[in-house]
Ligand binder design. Structure first.
Ligand SMILES: [Fe+2]
Length: 340
């Protein structure tokens, strides 16, 4: 399995994950043979990279922590919530709560799982995937911070809905590269708007995650410029998960960072911008080299990452697919650099 740019994928390859539409429908199933027509369609949907198998017998998974069923349901609920916000209707709290339960069950199922994939975003699915990823990351971090199940649910809810205030703001849904300075100022309002939407029907903690997820420890954030002691833990978690997610999935190719670079950047901005304990939890929750990355070992040999957990990673020989190398986290120093 490899993570490849779309223009290097050939007809002999197979899709290693399902592709979803924004209504939550599966457009292409995992295992689909990539015909020219399918590749053309994916290009039109603005996919730049895909995970592919070179043989239909390959087994490695790159679906992330959520089952397809929960992913589809969550995207559908988020889509419906955006419409409700625009139509000034109250959110369907029981339905959102139901989806969050499913998300929690998936994410907490295996104790050693980490956020291990490179997300495949397009301008169309950006909002949905971003919200889901921030929710998944926040739950993983909350677990590292020893939150209990009820707290994790509240955290997941706020993380999932943290950007809902963008529903009102047309420019917030624009491509990042098309934004003007005026648009950016308008987008800043999404925090307060999110708070106002969630203040009724949800707990204050949940509403605050929308309000405070752009605040920073040193008071340099927005909208209020709160300092560390005044920012609640859940809001710090969502702020950190959000910053990381934005760095690794920037739609502008040149500005997108790899996990290791983003973790370095966030660590360098700690404790000025982020809380040290929360950043530690992030580092324990994210794969330094996600599945599909090609790394070079200190001896010069190249390997493809095919599985990652909190304890170890599995590295596959790029040609001889049955030649696997297991590297415990304690031996990560054997990796000289990320190649791809
Ligand atoms: Fe935001």
């Amino acid at each position: 399995m490899k993570y490849l740019p779309l223009n290097t994928i050939t007809e002999e390859m197979f899709l290693a994950h399902a592709v979803f539409g924004n209504d939550g429908r599966i457009l292409l199933n995992k295992g689909t043979k990539l015909t020219p027509a399918y590749l053309h369609r994916l290009e039109r949907m603005a996919y730049t990279h895909l995970y592919v198998y070179e043989s239909p017998d390959e087994k490695w998974d790159c679906t992330g922590l959520l089952s397809d069923r929960i992913r589809v349901e969550a995207i559908r609920v988020l889509h419906e919530s955006l419409i409700r916000v625009v139509e000034r209707k109250p959110l369907n709290e029981p339905l959102i709560s139901f989806v969050i339960e499913g998300l929690l069950k998936d994410v907490l199922q295996a104790e050693d799982r980490v956020f291990d994939i490179i997300d495949l975003k397009t301008p169309d699915n950006y909002f949905y995937n971003h919200s889901l990823n921030v929710a998944i990351l926040s739950v993983l971090m909350g677990r590292q911070l020893k939150l209990d199940r009820e707290e994790l649910k509240e955290l997941a809810m706020g993380a999932f809905l943290h950007d809902l205030g963008k529903a009102y703001i047309k420019t917030a849904m624009k491509r990042l590269q098309d934004l003007s300075a005026k648009d950016a100022a308008q987008i800043r309002q999404h925090t307060k708007r999110g708070f106002d939407i969630l203040r009724t029907g949800f707990s204050l903690k949940v509403a605050n995650m929308a309000y405070q997820h752009h605040e920073r420890e040193d008071g340099s954030g927005y909208p209020l410029g709160l300092i560390g002691v005044d920012i609640p833990l859940f809001s710090k978690i969502v702020a950190t998960a959000n910053a990381f997610e934005v760095m690794v999935s920037n739609p502008i190719d040149q500005e997108r960072l790899w996990n290791d670079q983003a973790l370095q950047k966030i660590t360098a901005a700690t404790p000025a911008k982020f809380n040290p304990a929360v950043v530690r939890a992030l580092r324990q929750s994210v794969a330094l080299y996600p599945i599909g990355s090609v790394v070079e070992l200190t001896g010069g040999e190249q390997r493809v990452v095919v599985a990652v957990s909190t304890a170890k990673m599995v590295l596959q020989h790029p040609k001889n697919l049955s030649d696997l190398l297991e590297l415990p986290v304690t031996e990560f120093s054997r990796i000289a650099q990320r190649v791809l």
